[in-house]
Design a protein around this ligand. Structure first.
Ligand SMILES: [Fe+2]
Length: 235
């Protein structure tokens, strides 16, 4: 065994949290951890005897509150990582396109993929890409708040589509129970941008999404700008 890879699910916001670790060194990263499931995640990290190095966010979320700060309180050597466009004071590392983090023998390569929000990042690890809300399975993130831009998201998804076809796509959410896709599948079948859709058509599709605001947006965005500090919850 070499890579420990544990996809985890938070049911209230349909969020995926990903725990990855190097089996030999036990150094670990966690991507998009959620308040409601922090005890589960802390318990798993402790049970497996992992050393958490990085607490990574794909973006400042609007639909749930991160558990970055509580995780850092428990694992004090871990560093909170957010995209540089977020300028969030609680981040230890503001990461940018092409930056690389290491855990054990594995590398995390950061890609700037704005559009859903202006500070969205995707992360490539060991043939997998963690796309946040930029590229979802057969869909993509909305672009109507937090500096969102369908124009930018089109370009970001094109950069994701330049990854190898076999790269496995792990999004921040799926509302239909799907867990993983691949770049070739999304290039072919994504309902917003697959099959060679051009930018003008993509922008009009995104603008036609017409979604209601996430129920927690007015709580979640300010809470996430302080990395979920001082949240009282049962989780
Ligand atoms: Fe989001």
């Amino acid at each position: 065994m070499s890579l420990i890879f544990r996809p985890l699910f938070e049911k209230f916001s349909s969020t995926y949290t990903y725990l990855l670790a190097d089996f030999e060194s036990k150094e670990a990263i966690i991507i998009d951890a959620v308040q409601e499931t922090k005890q589960r995640d802390i318990g798993l990290i402790e049970e497996l005897g992992l050393t958490l190095k990085y607490i990574i966010e794909t973006h400042v979320h609007a639909d749930h509150i991160t558990s970055s700060c509580p995780l850092k309180e428990r694992f004090s050597d871990a560093k909170i990582v957010l995209g540089e466009a977020n300028s969030v004071a609680c981040a230890d590392i503001l990461i940018k396109e092409g930056d690389i983090l290491a855990f054990g023998k594995y590398k995390v390569m950061a890609m700037s993929t704005p559009g859903h929000t202006d500070g969205c990042m995707s992360y490539v690890v060991d043939g997998k890409v963690f796309t946040g809300d930029a590229l979802l399975i057969r869909s993509c993130g909305r672009c109507d708040f937090q500096g969102g831009s369908a124009d930018k998201l089109f370009d970001s998804i094109q950069s994701l589509f330049a990854l190898p076809d076999e790269a496995a796509v792990y999004p921040a959410h799926d509302y239909g129970g799907r867990t993983v896709s691949s770049i070739w599948e999304e290039k072919a079948f994504n309902e917003m941008i697959g099959g060679g859709v051009d930018k003008a058509e993509f922008v009009s599709r995104v603008n036609a999404m017409n979604l209601s605001l996430p129920a927690k947006i007015h709580v979640a965005v300010p809470a996430n700008q302080v990395c979920g500090a001082n949240i009282i919850s049962d989780g």
